[in-house]
Design a protein around this ligand. Structure first.
Ligand SMILES: [Zn+2]
Length: 191
């Protein structure tokens, strides 16, 4: 019982890097919301060196113009690395300064969700909703904006729906199982 409990509560640790972009704070808050949503199953760790990170945020225009953001997963030296590209240009035309921040922030939350594991849904209430099912992009951003008094509130007001929380917890448990399994079967390192 105690052992099982220990295994279940072993945290998944996810190192991420945001760079020094003026909007990097939004990426940090996004990661913290996913960690909080996982109810302790995931711990996120901001690292100073890009090469130590599993998730790397880049604030730049993606190759495909007009995208809010994208997550590109690839393998680098035997490790899975996620490049989360956030397009600052998508909020530049927005005259409402708070809404402009919300656009970048929710893009960070959605794309880092992809980097962590949650998948697209058909449920408009979810941050992982996919606009390929239609839906009103303006109200996706606006509904969150209306819950804020200032941009600083984005740190504490969760953008995750109950279903997003369910997804991140399920992902964390799957990854815990994979990590403990590979830990068990890993050969001892040569000395
Ligand atoms: Zn997506």
């Amino acid at each position: 019982m105690t052992m099982a409990l220990l295994l279940l509560t072993a945290q998944v640790s996810v190192p991420y890097w945001t760079g020094e972009h003026p909007k990097a704070q939004l990426a940090e808050w996004a990661m913290e919301h996913w960690a909080r949503g996982s109810e302790g199953l995931i711990q996120v760790r901001k690292v100073a060196r890009e090469q130590d990170a599993e998730i790397r945020f880049r604030f730049m225009e993606p190759a495909r113009r007009g995208l809010y953001g994208q997550n590109l997963t690839h393998e680098l030296n035997g490790r899975v690395v996620n490049e989360v590209v956030i397009n600052p240009a998508m909020s530049r035309r927005e005259p409402d300064a708070l809404l402009a921040e919300v656009i970048l922030f929710l893009t960070c939350v959605h794309e880092s969700g992809h980097a962590l594991g949650p998948e697209h849904t058909r449920n408009f209430a979810d941050i992982m909703y996919s606009f390929q099912y239609g839906g009103d992009l303006a109200s996706y951003f606006e509904r969150y904006r209306q819950r804020l008094k200032s941009a600083a509130d984005m740190k504490s007001v969760s953008p995750l729906s109950a279903n997003d929380v369910k997804q991140i917890k399920a992902w964390a448990l799957r990854r815990q199982r994979n990590e403990s399994r590979s830990g068990e079967s890993a050969p001892s390192p040569p000395r």
